[in-house]
Design a protein around this ligand. Sequence first.
Ligand code: NAI
Length: 462
Amino acid sequence: MSQPNGGNFDIVILGAGSGGYAAALRAAELDLSVALIDKAELGGTCLHRGCIPTKALLHAAEIADQTRESEQFGVKADLVGIDMAGVNAYKDGVVSRLYKGLTGLLKQDKITIVAGEGKLVGKDTVEVNGRRYTGRNVILATGSYSRTIPGLEIDGTRVIASEHALKLDRVPSSAIVLGGGVIGVEFASVWKSFGADVTIIEALPRLVAAEDEEISKAVERAFRKRKINFKVGKPFEKVEHTENGVRATIAGGETVEAEVLLVAVGRGPTTANLGYEEQGITIDRGFVITNERLHTGVGNIYAVGDIVPGLQLAHRGFQQGIFVAEEIAGRNPAPIDEAGIPRVTYCDPEVASMGLTEAKAKEKYGADKITSYNYNLGGNGKSQILKTAGFVKLVRLNDGPVLGVHMVGARMGELVGEAQLIYNWEAFPEEVAQLVHAHPTQNEALGEAFLALAGKPLHAHS
Ligand code: NAI
């Protein structure tokens, strides 16, 4: 007997996170009918368990630090304490307003929302609760989950992942953060600002190891100053329960004790038991392999977001979702240049980057073809007003365009918009140097760096 029919659509989308819902919205704009399937809330990890709630915590952390340090601005204030119930109410309020907005956007004739767990049962069919939804095209957008390492079990209380850390009803007195990548440094930063004693354990030789080496050094310097402990260069070995918490052992035998251990060793693609392989889709280490047009090579099945190898970032998911909707509508969109995707890590100090690190640029073009320049925020008026330290680093191809922009310091994330335009438009430093930056803004630091790289420094000490 055939399964009851959920309907026929131009596109069936499995997963309503950043990638999936962006595809749905763009497809609806292009007059295509869509079934958007999700077993949880619309908005996925980014909205409910990732970007948005974490950045709300980081903002509360910044307010705590500013209160603590207010005296240096001549303002007398005492930090009485962190009321986690209040912090969580603020954070949850932000999420629920955005959730309401998104639900409103998705409530339209062209989009059918299907609540439930979906499974790919044919090249054009997803089954949800025994009902079959058929699409002329299918988009897989099932996202990612917090990974752990073999033998390390996330129990949700003492050994936790980021989704648990976001829901803590207290500030832990102490925390071990396993992994000094993006999630690791962001939570270390929040917890330290809230008053916890924090130790990061990172196997690679430096924190935020994907960034330019000088950026890692600056973050480490700032963390040392903030008394955030970190142990780099040796992998974590094991964790044991103690009376009130956990004890972690690092290769070589050193141990660290704390109330909780946050596992932040990367996110794995959610692709198991969803019928992907059964339909002939190529899976490599859990990821869905696609061509540059995000097609899986099977039927009319596409994949977007964290299940596709590359940067696991919400804005990449949005762009891929838009791309696939346009592709299906026959608009022939330009493929997304993965190197042109901006990256921001929202710890204190913030890190923002575009394009190639100096090391990667030298590897690609040869050391003699590359020039780099660091503009210290010490020369930037607004950064001095904010009392932040850091720099803007530019990497250029000699007689050629800007290949990389790397920034560290308070609020640097807000500068990445200009950096991505410069990078993606393949601007030459001489061209950017002609453009006027408002004074006094931190944005000016970018302008000053370009002036210097174009051979006409203004407020720059050599
Ligand atoms: P990550 O890949 O950035 O960092 C994981 C770190 O754990 C690496 O530095 C790795 O060397 C380390 N590690 C792995 N095994 C280890 C071991 N046995 N002992 C010690 N260290 C070990 O992954 P993360 O931070 O979990 O983030 C996951 C994803 O979420 C990333 O792709 C990231 O881009 C994304 N994300 C983005 C944010 C943003 O854009 N601001 C914020 C948070 C997450």
